[in-house]
Write a protein of this length. Structure first.
Length: 130
């Protein structure tokens, strides 16, 4: 293979790998933002749960539905919050797994980039010495 052609191919491979890394990094940032939002929601719901737990049996709970406050049964409110906490926790676990996977993909792409850069530099050196 002609040295100029080899450099072109390596340069294309480098660009492709860089594009892949950028896409994975974008997905990683989205996942981090999702995790942050879910963390916030989980904390809010835990605070609500704590408040509901100290509420006396004859206490009153109201749920905001649009512009209106609607009276809600205390037990029903506790169950709803519990289900929300359970759901958010499972979503957090899913996002955490996704983040770990994306982290590994980033490492793989960085490794590939590094190897391709070395090959590219070696091909450039070969071309210069000819």
């Amino acid at each position: 293979m002609a040295p100029g052609r080899e450099l072109e191919m390596l340069q294309k491979q480098l660009q492709d790998e860089l594009d892949k890394l950028k896409n994975v990094q974008k997905d990683y940032q989205k996942a981090l933002a999702n995790r942050q939002q879910l963390d916030s929601q989980l904390n809010e719901n835990k605070i609500v749960k704590d408040e509901l737990d100290i509420l006396e049996d004859d206490g009153k709970v109201f749920k905001l539905m649009g512009p209106v406050l609607v009276k809600q049964d205390v037990e029903e409110a506790k169950q709803n919050v519990g289900k929300r906490i359970e759901y958010i926790s499972s979503e957090l676990k899913r996002i955490e797994d996704s983040i770990k996977d994306l982290d590994k993909k980033q490492d793989t792409h960085r490794e590939s980039l590094s190897k391709l850069q070395q090959k590219f530099q070696q091909a450039q050196m070969k071309q210069m010495t000819k």
